[in-house]
Design a protein around this ligand. Structure first.
Ligand SMILES: NC(=O)c1ccc[n+]([C@@H]2O[C@H](COP(=O)([O-])OP(=O)(O)OC[C@H]3O[C@@H](n4cnc5c(N)ncnc54)[C@H](O)[C@@H]3O)[C@@H](O)[C@H]2O)c1
Length: 234
């Protein structure tokens, strides 16, 4: 099955659906679940709260890198929660959103080194490598971007620096939970999606507790959890 991802929107899904039925997340008017991005953003916001161990984000200094479908939704949620936002995007047209949200704008190359609580990568993958991790000035990295680690060893570098990394495949699962609901035999149900997205917090808590208890990386802890869940299903 396919669905929206970076650079792709509902209209593209509608076009693809004209050629194959292996599509979810198409426009609601055409019977699809609609854009997953707002649900991805909700999950990332939860991931940030969980990683910080704080329900209240008022005053938290958070940098959102990438103000596309997910990053813009996330920035809106965080601004509403009272976070001190710093934002960036390659597209200077996104400065208008920064202005509307009262967020500080930095150039894309500067975002990773902004001092604060959280760095939220919401653009492309591979942003976390040994050099960029050395520049981080936050205690938490939690964002929507897929494949954030340039290579697995970077999870160890984050761990060694005492930076809590929310594995991307958990933090950004909200949109997938939303579109996958289309495939349920019971059909799409808002409550089902909402419970699934909320569960991201519990999953991440388990991962963080295990990583801390076993002095291992959050990547190792998350992958161990995946293996256990799959084994339990087989
Ligand atoms: N859309 C979803 O529901 C979803 C779900 C899971 C994961 N993701 C992942 O989240 C990320 C964002 O997805 P999206 O749907 O919001 O994409 P999008 O195409 O809507 O937005 C991406 C944004 O990132 C900006 N950008 C690209 N490179 C940049 C850089 N170096 N610095 C700053 N900004 C940069 C682009 O200009 C664009 O505004 C991707 O990695 C995607 O794979 C998205």
């Amino acid at each position: 099955m396919t669905a929206e991802d970076v650079g792709v929107g509902e209209d593209d899904m509608a076009e693809i659906a004209r050629h194959t039925r292996h599509v979810v997340g198409g426009p609601v008017a055409l019977g699809g679940a609609g854009d997953p991005s707002p649900y991805t953003a909700l999950g990332v916001e939860l991931a940030i709260r969980t990683a910080l161990g704080e329900d209240d984000l008022a005053g938290a200094a958070i940098t959102v890198a990438g103000l596309g479908h997910v990053g813009a939704s996330l920035a809106e949620l965080l601004a509403r929660a009272g976070a001190h936002l710093t934002v960036t995007d390659l597209d200077p047209g996104k400065r208008a959103l920064a202005l509307r949200l009262g967020a500080r704008w930095v150039e894309p190359g500067e975002a990773i080194a902004v001092r604060g609580d959280v760095y939220a990568p919401c653009a492309l993958g591979g942003v976390l490598d040994p050099e960029s991790v050395a520049r981080l000035r936050v205690t938490v990295v939690a964002g929507a971007a897929n494949n954030q680690l340039a290579e697995r060893g970077v999870a160890r570098a984050l761990h060694d620096r005492g930076i809590r990394w929310a594995p991307d495949f958990i933090a950004n699962a909200g949109g997938l939970i939303h579109v996958a609901c289309e495939l349920r035999s019971a059909g799409y149900e808002v409550d089902h999606v909402s419970r699934g997205v909320q569960a991201i917090a519990g999953t991440l808590r388990t991962v963080f507790d295990r990583a801390q208890g076993e002095d291992t990386t959050t990547l190792d802890a998350a992958e161990a959890l995946v293996a256990e869940r799959l084994a339990a299903r087989n």
